[in-house]
Ligand binder design. Structure first.
Ligand SMILES: *Cc1c(COP(=O)(O)O)cnc(C)c1O
Length: 370
């Protein structure tokens, strides 16, 4: 097996999807599976579809194209605001996009007309998280112009919270979104078919039964992939947190001091790390580093292993407690948070293996599906 590698258990992803979809559907909410943290990985997308999502979304056109090339036959939505320079590709490859700028809507309209399509759009409203979205006061004037544009169809309203500023979705801001949708419907006699209110941060609100009834759409990535809601990063009931496991190989294994010798300057990344005096410890150097992962977001699967730090190409761990059972050439495994998973999926140096039914380390991976 080539290391480092990221083993993706697609059965766990399918199971997690089913859990989240059942929760949402029983509250009248349809789920679009978000593949962006996996760079549009086709096997992940297929697992989400088996688990019951009604559509898929990604934030990069390259990944939408990857899904199309893999023969994924479902509605693909473009999650990131389209660049003015990319409207032709957006209309070509995505059935729907999220939007907040009239100039882009005009360009999408022209692009759609050029290829004889009608492109669905969801207008994003900023309810306080201060990332994308039309400010609520400006919504009616924007819709007034947008409904004149041929080739695009305003399918509904959306909002995105808990991403940039960590604003929680709650009954108040969700009610505000529904009120805005009703206002648009009344002003323009235009039905808002989709009220796309939440991402993985909305699960608690949905489960508590306090989500306003008209909210009917969620865009879910992390809760399906890592089994966590995202307001407190609580593991979600009946989901797996270990669908993705990173395996890295021991390159060097030596007993050395726990504190550096000599006068100290900045490290390779311009910081001055602190070291705890723990006497001599057994240190392992592994073949992943900051180029491939976000070190702070890694957690060893064996709790006796302690991460000491990393440079671009090495992860340094304290393996004193397990020294008797490991050797050079063995692999150690890690779970990842969202940031670390994003980095590992994006790294060209980490091999990705989708498999069914898990993988326990060492030897051959059984039943690799890609
Ligand atoms: C990434 C993203 C999502 C999915 O968020 P998760 O927290 O992974 O569920 C939903 N909507 C938008 C607009 C996004 O950019």
């Amino acid at each position: 097996m080539t290391t480092p590698c990221l083993v993706i258990d697609v059965d766990k992803i399918e199971h997690n999807t089913r859990t989240i979809v059942e929760l949402c559907n029983s509250n009248g909410i349809e789920v679009t599976g978000v593949t962006k943290v996996t760079c549009g990985h086709p096997q992940v997308a297929k697992a989400m579809l088996r688990g019951g999502v009604s559509a898929l979304a990604d934030s990069r056109l390259e990944y939408i194209q990857r899904l199309i090339n893999a023969g994924i036959d479902t509605k693909l939505k473009f999650l990131r605001l389209p660049a003015l320079s990319s409207v032709d590709e957006v209309v070509e490859s995505a059935a729907l996009s999220l939007n907040s700028e009239l100039a882009v809507l005009e360009a999408l309209s022209s692009a759609a007309q050029r290829c004889g399509k009608v492109h669905d759009v969801v207008l994003m409203v900023d309810l306080g998280d201060l990332r994308e979205g039309i400010w609520p006061d400006d919504l009616i004037p924007v819709v007034r112009e947008a409904i004149k544009l041929p080739g695009i169809h305003i399918k509904g309203l959306g909002t995105n919270l808990a991403c940039f500023a960590g604003v929680m979705p709650d009954a108040d801001n969700m009610k505000r979104l529904v009120e805005l949708a009703v206002e648009v419907e009344q002003c323009f006699n235009l039905p808002m078919a989709l009220i796309s209110a939440v991402n993985s941060s909305g699960l608690d609100l949905i489960a508590s039964g306090r989500m306003p009834g008209r909210v009917n759409h969620a865009r879910i990535g992390e809760a399906i992939l890592l089994g966590r809601e995202t307001t407190h990063r609580k593991p979600w009931p009946d989901t797996y947190q270990d669908a993705f496991v990173l395996h890295a190989e021991v390159l060097e294994l030596k007993k050395k001091p726990s504190v550096p010798l000599g006068d100290r300057c900045e490290d390779a990344f311009g910081t001055r790390p602190e070291f705890q005096q723990r006497g001599e410890i057994v240190r392992a150097l592994l073949n992943v580093g900051r180029e491939d992962i976000n070190v702070e977001g890694l957690a060893p699967q064996d709790p006796r292993v302690i991460i000491l730090g990393a440079s671009s190409g090495y992860l340094v761990v304290d393996v004193t407690a397990v020294a008797a059972s490991i050797r050079v050439g063995d692999t150690l495994s890690f779970l990842m948070n969202y940031a670390a998973l994003l980095a590992a999926m994006t790294s060209g140096y980490v091999k990705k293996h989708a498999c069914r039914g898990g993988y326990t380390g060492g030897g051959a991976i059984s039943d690799v599906v890609s």
